[in-house]
Ligand binder design. Sequence first.
Ligand code: URA
Length: 264
Amino acid sequence: MTLALDQRQRAMLAEIGLRGFAAVPLPAVAQEPAAPPVAIRAPRPAVAEPTIARSTPVPAAPAIAPQPVVRLPAGPVAQMDWEALAQAVAGCRACGLCERRHTTVFGVGDLQPDWLVVGEAPGEQEDLQGEPFVGQAGKLLDNMLRALGVDRRRKVYIANVLKCRPPGNRNPEPAEVAQCEPFLRRQVELLRPKIILALGRFAVQSLLGSTEPIGRLRGRVHQYQGVPLVVTYHPAYLLRNLPEKAKAWADLCLALEQLRAQAG
Ligand code: URA
């Protein structure tokens, strides 16, 4: 389906570095006025924060090859409602990342989303502000979503694999991904999005349990807990590898197609 681009969509494509990229199928998008967000942030913990004990032993991080993420038993997390889950994340001390974080980053957005966007981990700004994707990578993500006619504040929830910042923005370790995985799993169960967009290899490792490169997983629709899932490159990677933006754009179009197919 290749449709004519309107002026706004052309401007957005130019903004994300895809000027003249009109050949990519772009679904027509109805323009609706932006509505106020349903619920933007997870509530801050009240007085006592429930803690997740650092009790479950997790294998040490590998030296070289990417390792599949070990799935830990979800335990009490699997029973939590949204509020309890948010408080459990806020009080979590299950791995060493809690020592240096300013704040946990639970996620942000519409609690009845069509889209669930899953990134990697908070960076410096996210750690300070408590909100995912507020830096340069977030700006690119917002622009790409907007080019599809999707507003970050409407029908979108954004979360990360890790809820705490790895020091110096280093890669998440498999043990950290494993400790955080039950939180993300429960977020998906409670949000029941219509489509999941997995950004980058750590989102893929956590959700699909795969260490395959993104290039081999993108371009088709996967499933996570019965929800269609599309894999694409992480925006931070796209900022360093501009030619890959066209592929990411095609992935977003695939995700939108999936969403529309569900609407019938
Ligand atoms: N900010 C986030 O919240 N997540 C990422 O993966 C990158 C930047």
